[in-house]
Design a protein around this ligand. Structure first.
Ligand code: SF4
Length: 396
């Protein structure tokens, strides 16, 4: 018996599969890549990507998430966060193929929001999201049974972060809840609490405990004691029926492996190193980091703030490194000093799975008439996930 079993804790699945050719049906991860992937050392990769894209013309629309590598983002027709990209794809119905340079849950959302005639392609199926994988449909259904047993499910409104699988979005749609992004989490929570008589309701927030806690405490003025954490690896989530009844926010025990790395020490260290620096972090960071920061906001908010910052200002940014580096380069000529919040390198490893060889392979396959790595959400899941997404779009 190993230590985890001795403690009565289910071992957490590995964050990533080892490289190779295989797929993990129990999660959104996979490493299957049929056909021949160009060698990373091929000096013609940029030219090949350009040529394949030109052959496809308007039939292809390439989306690039802000956290993608430079070598990939240069081929994006549009860049943005996951929700903006899904909407951009829906606004291009003439594009037969949507190549999503991002991670699996984003490609799913694009498939849900685009027409049936459009096909969404993820260049590498191993580009999952460790946070999205922390809440599976089975685990969340089990948690709902626990809430029902405790007599609190009827008063609970589920709210899921965009960074979740289509299954979880569908669960939320089926149970009267909504999706949120890091930009509208406050409005989503206000909406959710307004669905129940004042003081009677609670929210089950999936899958990012930090975004849920930060929004409840910072934006809605709740106390940390109003929040409990549901651990899917413990019996009954590790909570008593009384704890569930007394909670206003039931936070799923999930986190982003990139933003979760920033610590209070990172904030203190950068303040000592760069006098006058302003610390700007994403709300997926831990509560102590967000509390110590000068500003908090979504990826789009971070970009807008840096854009509006005066020359000579100094910034330490707590979000994914590819984006921070790009912003540092973009604003250096304007005299804005932008550094990464932590001293250790912190890329999103799954975002980085989309590289030039995978993009070339996907584009050339499409140009040759082969649709590879298609992401397709089944009709029933899509129907309810859409309900939750449409509630988000209707938020005041
Ligand atoms: S940065 Fe975090 S939330 Fe975003 S894809 Fe990577 S692991 Fe998932």
């Amino acid at each position: 018996m190993n230590t985890a079993q001795t403690l009565g804790v289910e071992p957490t699945p590995l964050a990533l599969l080892l490289l190779g050719r295989d797929a993990d049906p129990a999660s959104e991860r996979g490493v299957d890549c049929p056909g021949d992937l160009p060698a990373a050392s091929d000096p013609d990769l940029v030219e090949r990507a350009r040529a394949a894209k030109a052959r496809l013309g308007d039939r292809v629309f390439v989306l690039g998430h802000h956290y993608q590598r430079d070598e990939v983002i240069q081929f994006a027709d549009v860049t943005g966060d996951s929700f903006k990209l899904a909407r951009d794809a829906a606004a291009r119905p003439e594009a037969e193929y949507i190549v999503f340079c991002g991670v699996h849950f984003m490609a799913e959302s694009a498939d849900i929001l685009t027409s049936d005639a459009q096909r969404v392609v993820l260049p590498d199926l191993a580009a999952g999201c460790s946070m999205a994988d922390m809440a599976t449909g089975e685990q969340v259904a089990e948690a709902w049974d626990v809430l029902t047993e405790a007599g609190v499910a009827a008063d609970t409104v589920p709210v899921t972060y965009m960074n979740s699988s289509a299954d979880i979005k569908a669960f939320t749609g089926r149970h009267g809840g909504t999706v949120c992004t890091s930009s509208n989490a406050r409005r989503a929570l206000e909406w959710a609490f307004a669905q129940r008589p004042e003081g009677a309701g609670r929210v089950l927030f999936l899958p990012d405990q930090h975004l849920g806690r930060n929004t409840a405490v910072r934006d809605l003025g709740m106390s940390l004691d109003d929040c409990v954490v549901y651990n899917p690896h413990r019996p009954n989530g590790g909570l008593t029926a009384d704890q569930l009844r007394n909670a206003r926010m039931i936070l799923w025990r999930g986190h982003c492996s990139v933003h979760g790395r920033f610590s209070l020490d990172s904030v203190n260290e950068v303040r000592a190193r760069i006098p006058g620096v302003q610390v700007l972090v994403h709300p997926e960071c831990k509560h102590e980091v967000v509390s110590a920061a000068d500003h908090v906001g979504s990826t789009e908010h971070i970009i807008r703030m840096l854009d509006a910052a005066p020359a000579g200002s100094k910034w330490a940014i707590g979000t994914e490194l590819n984006l921070v580096r790009r912003l540092a380069d973009r604003y250096a000529p304007e005299g804005k000093e932008i550094v990464f919040l932590d001293r250790t390198v912190c890329f999103c490893s799954t975002m980085n799975r989309i590289d030039l060889p995978h993009l070339v392979w996907a584009l050339e396959s499409l140009a040759d008439g082969r649709v590879v790595n298609r992401i397709q959400v089944d009709t029933e899941t899509e129907r309810y996930a859409k309900v939750a997404l449409e509630r988000m779009l209707a938020l005041p």
